[in-house]
Design a protein around this ligand. Sequence first.
Ligand SMILES: [Zn+2]
Length: 569
Amino acid sequence: MRLSQYILPTQKEDPSDAQVSSHRLMIRAGLIRKEAAGMYAYLPAGLRALRKVTAIVKEEMDKAGAMECLMPELTSADLWKESGRWESMGPEMFRIRDRNSMEYALGPTHEEAFTALVRSVVSSYKDLPVNVYQINTKFRDEIRPRFGVIRSKEFIMKDAYSFDVDQNGLDLSYDKMASAYRAIFDRCGLETIPVQADSGTMGGSASEEFMVASEVGEETLLICRECGYSANQEKAGFKREDNVAGEVAELREVHTPNIKTIDDLAAFFKCEKKVFLKTIVFVADGEAVVAVVTGDRDINETKLKSFLGAAELEQADDKTVESVTGSAVGFAGPVNCDAKRIVFDYGVAQVQGAITGANKTDYHFAGVHPGRDFVISEEADIVEAIDGDLCPECGKPMITRKGIEVGHIFKLGKKYTESMKVNVLDNNGKAVVPLMGCYGIGVTRTLAAVIEQHHDEKGLIWPKAVAPFDVHLVGIGKSEGEKAAIDEVYTALLSDGLEVLYDDRKLSPGVKFADADLLGLPVRITCGKSYFQDGELEIKIRKTGEQLTVKPDVLAKKIREIIAGLDRE
Ligand SMILES: [Zn+2]
């Protein structure tokens, strides 16, 4: 491809709205163009890279025995009503009407569509297992699109759905996908961290996320370097500290006028935050629920919500707090609490001689002993694990890392097959409900993640497998004869089967080299003075910065060697 005739609008300046490297570099290297908030056009070089990621995904899915389909992006409301998700999907789903007032959603995910498809084509256990997938555009009405193509309103996903007659089958399908995912990310040059995750609104049991470590990732991971435990902060467990000792004395009431926050209380009582019991009132599906955690911890609402099995969870307003505790906000506590349901974090039972609100405005209790002064009726893990917390598996301290989710696999079980009435006859002629798994890869996000992991201050450093081209040929010649000689080198490289971007623009060498570094193709060849004088071409390897010279007759061979070497690293 001749750059003089190519659309590659590189720019020196970072876009003002870019917070992450991939966003910044994809715009600057001319790979994408912002059309509107959360909407991007892929320009020719960006699309070439995207197509390479797509091809890798497709090859590995096909190898794992999955079958590619293409579903309509417009999905009928009836489908979503069958599963009950027309209501529960919320405002992130784009909903539209046609001229006859029929309702549709622009597919944010396709569990319903594929379940309906499979329902219509399977009838016996002999028809299973099946695994169907598509690589298609998805839509999400993001409240705050950001990070370029990482969180946009429209993106390309690979979504696969497996159907099996029993649990063994599902386990097998799931494991196949887990290894296909490892192969895909590996081939794209991505280092991923597989983590246990919360299944959220997708429902179901086992689930694993594939995360790419990144400084600015949207999600926080807790990782144990000792035993390999890793989990999303939404789900990560940790070992609680044993026997936290507070004031050993008897239960006593202390006047604490207008002292409400844990910080103010810690100063007032001259105590560590961990001896306080923080009591927070929530409303879960319309019912008041009280949660009690130690003062040094934040409640993790996702964990609480999942423990309660609630669809909606929010902090109670002041009026509700007052009616539940009989006191002003800031003085709630588990002693003499009339709430119907109180959930205690595992850490609470460890504190002896705690300080907590007295359910009486301007008063706290000190010397509170769990078990003696209040009953721990329901105990659960409802606080957020943080850096340095002890691993739930081996007890060693964990570290936190930020990450971007690029893939997610779930064992959904019967969630959709049951609600959408899918049946097959088993080998005894009895009707059974198939078990389902679902497996997603954010394809556009994977491309961005590759850039997050492969760049430097000058620009991109493409892994060979997903680079838009193999070679960046920089021509530096003024006379017609020199230009013709460079053209010959270009043609020879093409006929050797290499993918070449040829910078034949009338620009200074400095500008051309800067663009070559910015675009970051694996190998740069300079064809200029040393070629015209000594017949030698200059090669620069983008990843290592290494430079060498070669004669034209061995050029293609040398480039293949270099590229193969880069792949091996
Ligand atoms: Zn561990």
